[in-house]
Design a protein around this ligand. Structure first.
Ligand SMILES: *[C@@H]1O[C@H](CO)[C@@H](O)[C@H](O)[C@H]1NC(C)=O
Ligand SMILES: *[C@@H]1O[C@H](CO)[C@@H](O)[C@H](O)[C@H]1NC(C)=O
Ligand SMILES: *[C@@H]1O[C@H](CO)[C@@H](O)[C@H](O)[C@H]1NC(C)=O
Length: 308
């Protein structure tokens, strides 16, 4: 027997430590990106079709926010004001043209799609009111897209330091991204560590944790707090989200381990969104469902909400 999302969410409010709630997406959907929308709603992006779903973790209601468009996929996503920024993946997925996508949230219609060319893997994105920063895993760069120029595609390409982010076909380096203290924190999947890219200081880079500390590092989120912001790191292959307390002295960033969050509901979590006491992950299930292969009709992939 499976519980309805609404009923299980009520249980989750009553027994917050013991239960994670699963929110199944429509069949054929493989969630890779997740971000907070508003209230109890989160957006989830489909790496197969580029569709974006709005999931209400209070009611379990799942609706389509952006309909699929041929040749597009949805990787990491971020919402800012009425715009949704979607990392458009790479041509290693058949028929996909790598690009920086921007959608209008109220109507679900495209505002801009900015091609990045062959050899790209546009993986994740973070936006503020002026710019959206997209990572490219294979090229070792961040694209800084001007929001005021939209719908025109005006972006600057910021090279990340080598050898840490050496451009190399097929090797996932730059991955999840968040903003921190006037700079960017960028996950390096190959080195299994997060980096601080100080865009206020000529894009100088620092490794925040030693190589290998965060195996399977993928999407990130940050919760800003007085006395030290918290960095949430998805570790996809370990089915874990690790939590780190950040501090900055001068322009030197350090991170102290806080805890690991695990759940039987995690299935290769690729991205995370934290709002107040709710943590939501997208379970891409890459271990059992390769994104380039077929997906069985009876397989329903989930996003998971946990009370933290
Ligand atoms: C971490 O990995 C990078 C890239 O392979 C290497 O250049 C660097 O020396 C490594 N750092 C340490 C402390 O092992
Ligand atoms: C958290 O996970 C790491 C592995 O990534 C492990 O070494 C460490 O012991 C865990 N810490 C706790 C407190 O469970
Ligand atoms: C989705 O969640 C349900 C309920 O917990 C679980 O039975 C199922 O295995 C999950 N699906 C995948 C593919 O992880």
């Amino acid at each position: 027997m499976s519980l309805t999302p609404l009923f299980s969410f009520l249980l989750f409010l009553l027994f917050p430590l013991s239960l994670a709630t699963q929110f199944p997406l429509p069949s054929g959907v493989q969630p890779e990106g997740v971000t907070f929308a508003r209230g109890s709603n989160y957006f989830a992006a489909d790496i197969r079709s580029g569709s974006i779903f709005l999931v209400d973790v209070a009611s379990g209601l799942v609706t389509t926010a952006v309909a699929p468009i041929p040749g597009r996929i949805g990787g990491g996503i971020d919402a800012s004001k009425d715009r949704l920024f979607v990392a458009g993946g790479g041509s290693f997925l058949p028929g996909v043209e790598p690009a920086l996508h921007v959608y209008d949230i109220p109507t679900g219609t495209p505002i801009a799609t900015c091609p990045t060319g062959g050899g790209s893997l546009v993986n994740d994105v973070i936006a503020d009111k002026d710019f959206a920063f997209y990572t490219d895993s294979f090229r070792g760069v961040v694209y800084k897209l001007s929001i005021s120029a939209l719908p025109r595609c005006r972006f600057e390409t910021i090279p990340l330091p080598t050898p840490a982010f050496k451009p190399e076909a097929g090797v996932f380096r730059a991955n999840g991204i968040v903003k921190y203290k006037g700079g960017l924190i960028v996950a390096n999947s190959e080195l299994a560590a997060p980096f601080f890219i100080d865009i206020l200081n000529g894009n100088k880079a620092q490794r925040i944790l030693p190589n290998g500390t965060t195996e399977g590092i993928d999407g990130l989120d940050i919760v800003r707090m007085k006395g030290g912001s918290l960095l949430y790191v998805t570790q996809n292959s370990l089915n874990r989200v690790s939590v780190w307390k950040l501090s900055i002295r001068g322009r030197r960033v350090s991170a102290k381990f806080v805890k690991n969050i695990t759940s039987s509901g995690f299935n290769v979590p690729t991205t995370v969104a934290v709002k107040k006491n709710t943590l939501v992950v997208a379970n891409a299930a890459f271990g059992s469902v390769p994104p380039t292969g077929p997906i069985d009709d009876d397989v329903r992939l989930n996003i998971t909400a946990i009370h933290i």
